[in-house]
Ligand binder design. Structure first.
Ligand code: NAD
Length: 484
């Protein structure tokens, strides 16, 4: 299903890096789906920019092929793809030089929204911002979209923020974290703040602990050079897991509006206690079964970069005092699975026999696969033979609850690009949030770099290092199985 929405205002969307992987795999297929939904105005235009020599015709052909590759057959008809690519244009621009900029300026129309997507490496962000300004291509209403990684530490994030701030106001800057564009992540807010059932229980008094897992089966094939300088903490925790943690832990914002939501998220990051050295486990995957090990995939076989991390994080405020957040993410794990589990406490007193079996409730927000939410509740096991309790899920897999068509969840990019055009920054990271997240992660990374801490080795396609299981066992808890 392609969800229907009212069209946005006419726009010129310029994609720097318009021939790159991200543009072909995510941004343009996402826009195509919005086109199918009738959300793209007749006179909207997308201008791809890159260094290569391409005509409009060649660019349209390239993107048509990308849509055929990255969009399900069931939703694309040849005539729709052709109609969509007619919205595309191409301008050859060198981000670091002078060529192409006047040409790009000549392509821009007055009276429409101008958005500039920086789908290029971060080293080009400053040059692009400066040229958009000096060639007077961007104005005070224009928006820029920047991709991760947003810095590699606090100093570089600050520098990047300062560079962008020279030419653009914070209200014009859209820092993408595509996890925030996921339908279930937004549903987390709908569940919390749209029902009276959950929010009164959403606190240390009733919540035993929270688990956030982002497990991947892929390794770092072909990305070794980039990944080895980054590791799981920089690549996943500082941005995606931290954002999920913030949305789970934050206080109710007064309105669902960009600054109200981001203010609350920022308060959570600022309330994080420094990570205790006993409260994390770093890992690196081993090879086997014809698959290379981490050490073989990177240049330095003695690399101490982690491809896995599990940690116990404490949010130091009234709401969460005593309720830990267990975070874990890694590559080459058993299954591709992302979820947030809110594990409630057991009832304070059981009226049933000791062997009836007591259970606690758990609310699971599944980001992938099978986006959906389930709530486990305790009921009586059917049949005679006394009162025995069982835990059953109230499953709200979207495809089941809302009909099979709802199983086609819109891609995060689809939603986020349209938010940029609408001028809605709610699901984008603000500069101070990004800096606060780095301020928390920097000393942790520096600590283990300083101590030359070696990660624990773990089997490929396992649940990560044994010690990560211990992190919960020692607290009398256990991780949910990593399973698809
Ligand atoms: P890519 O290497 O596939 O594409 C880069 C694009 O930038 C190409 O179109 C290239 O022509 C253009 N380019 C490079 N130098 C240029 C210059 N001097 N002037 C003009 N254009 C130039 O990269 P990608 O995978 O598409 O990633 C783009 C950005 O998005 C990066 O910052 C990356 O970290 C980020 N990102 C990518 C993904 C992904 O899935 N690919 C996911 C998250 C974030």
């Amino acid at each position: 299903m392609v969800s229907r929405t009212i069209p946005v205002d006419p726009f010129d969307l310029v994609i720097f890096g318009g021939t790159g992987d991200l543009a072909r795999r995510k941004i343009l297929p996402g826009l195509f789906r919005r086109f199918l939904a009738g959300q793209m105005p007749e006179d909207a235009r997308v201008i791809g920019c890159a260094r290569g020599d391409l005509t409009d015709t060649a660019y349209r052909k390239m993107i048509k092929e990308a849509i055929e590759e990255f969009t399900p057959k069931t939703i694309r008809k040849a005539k729709d793809v052709s109609a969509f690519v007619n919205h595309l244009h191409y301008v050859k621009v060198d981000a670091l030089g002078t060529s192409g900029w006047k040409d790009l300026k000549a392509h821009m129309r007055d009276g429409v929204i101008r958005a500039f997507y920086f789908s290029v490496g971060p080293s080009l962000f400053g040059a692009l911002a400066e040229r958009l300004h000096s060639y007077k291509i961007a104005d005070s209403d224009s928006r820029i979209v920047v991709e991760k990684p947003f810095g590699r530490d606090l100093a570089s994030a600050k520098e990047l923020n300062a560079t962008l701030a020279e030419h653009f106001d914070e209200t014009q800057i859209y820092r993408i974290d595509h996890y925030l564009g996921k339908e279930t992540v937004q549903n987390l807010m709908a569940i919390r703040f749209g029902n009276v059932l959950f929010e009164p229980l959403w606190k240390a008094q009733y919540v035993d602990h929270i688990q956030i897992t982002v497990a991947e089966t892929v390794g770092i094939e072909g990305r070794g050079a980039y990944y080895d300088k980054s590791g799981a903490m920089r690549d996943m925790v500082q941005n995606h897991l931290m954002q999920l943690l913030c949305l789970t832990a934050m206080e109710p914002p007064s309105r669902f509006d960009p600054d109200a939501v981001r203010d609350e998220k920022l308060k959570v990051i600022r309330a994080l206690e420094p990570l205790d050295p006993d409260d994390y486990v770093r890992g690196q995957f081993k090879g086997g079964d014809g698959k290379s090990s981490y050490a073989e995939d990177v240049e330095d076989p003695a690399s101490i970069t982690e491809s896995f991390i599990a940690m116990k994080v404490k949010v130091s405020n009234w709401r969460w005092n005593g309720t830990p957040f267990y975070l874990r993410t890694g590559k080459r794990l058993k299954a591709r699975m992302s979820e947030i589990v809110v594990r409630f406490k057991e009832p304070p007193h059981s009226i049933f026999e000791a062997d009836a079996g007591n259970h606690s409730n758990a609310l699971t927000i599944r980001l992938q696969p099978n986006e959906g939410i389930d709530l486990s509740v305790t009921i009586k096991e059917p049949g005679p033979g006394g009162m025995r309790l069982v835990e059953v899920p109230l499953d709200m897999t979207f495809a089941d609850a809302l009909g099979p068509e709802a199983g086609e969840i819109p891609d995060a990019y689809e939603r986020l690009v349209m938010d940029v055009i609408r001028g809605d920054q709610t699901l984008f990271m603000r500069g101070d949030e990004v800096e606060a997240a780095w301020a928390w992660t920097d000393p942790i990374i520096e600590g283990w770099r300083g101590r030359e801490e070696k990660p624990k080795l773990y089997d490929s396609y396992s649940s990560g290092p044994e010690d990560a299981l211990m992190l919960l066992h020692r607290d009398g808890r256990r991780w949910r199985e990593i399973e698809a």
